[in-house]
Design a protein around this ligand. Sequence first.
Ligand SMILES: NC(=O)NCCC[C@H](N)C(=O)O
Length: 320
Amino acid sequence: MNTLYGAPEAAQDRGLFSLSELKPDELSKLVERSVALFRDRDAHSFPLRDRVAGVLFTRTSTRTRTAFQTGVVRLGGTPIAYGPHDLQLNTGESVGDTARVLGSMLDLLVARTSGPLDELRALSTEGGLPVINAMAAQEHPTQGVCDLATLALAHGDLGGIRVMYIGEGNNTAVALAYGIATVPGARCDFVTPPGYGLPDGVLDTARGIAGTAGAELTETHDVADAPEQLDVVYTTRWQTTGTSKADPAWRETFRPFHVDAVLMRRWPQASFLHDLPAHRGDEVTGEVLDGPRSLAWTQAKMKLSSAMAVLEAAADLTTG
Ligand SMILES: NC(=O)NCCC[C@H](N)C(=O)O
């Protein structure tokens, strides 16, 4: 793979597919740039001037799509937006043929599709252009950049930060695992409902990354095992995009994993994160989401500056 900062290994896929493929200093550079751009959104030199970026979303999106389209414009580029019904992919044209055509005209592609991560890699290799994963079932890497940047903005140095993620082990959780794994001395405890944990292999991969930084990652399926000391409580909605739950009683399984004021009282200093959209009354109460310790709305705003940081790095991979 050939990630945001180069270092090709195999075929020529370029862009951002998974945080597990970035070196720790590459990720921390993205986080720093996100914070800098959050503080001053004009602190750049229009790296996408004369560049055209496709923004392909075949799945719903509020924050990520708006952030990337706006980010392209703010960085001096021109976005071309495609929704779920626009491309001939929808009438059966192959990914390869689509990539070949898009790559001959566009400089960069931001994509959230219903296909696997490999489909995004194919768009890059067959199109010969950088691709940014704007969320796939496997991982939501740009959310991970945003989350670390939000924590860096609010907590300062991330070294030693203690995070609990409570909820389904979804795409957001995977990116968080890979992201926190790069932070020296950090700890992330995943408290996931039984049967809805992190995908196989994710903790092993994250622990492999963490080996260098000395971060610690654990997973439990019981809220009673939540850590005693925490700086951050992170949750996510119960219905992950593109998934359905076979068990009709799934809500009973998820209910003990909701975040309310009683739970938050266990960690009086902890801040609260949520990748949104939220369902008040399910995974979190309005009191917590809209309360003084919630960073969720700062986190949502950080989507733009973190998208700009990712686009800025991807601009270096464009050839036009
Ligand atoms: N911040 C976002 O990108 N929100 C969109 C949904 C994220 C959530 N992890 C999901 O897959 O449904």
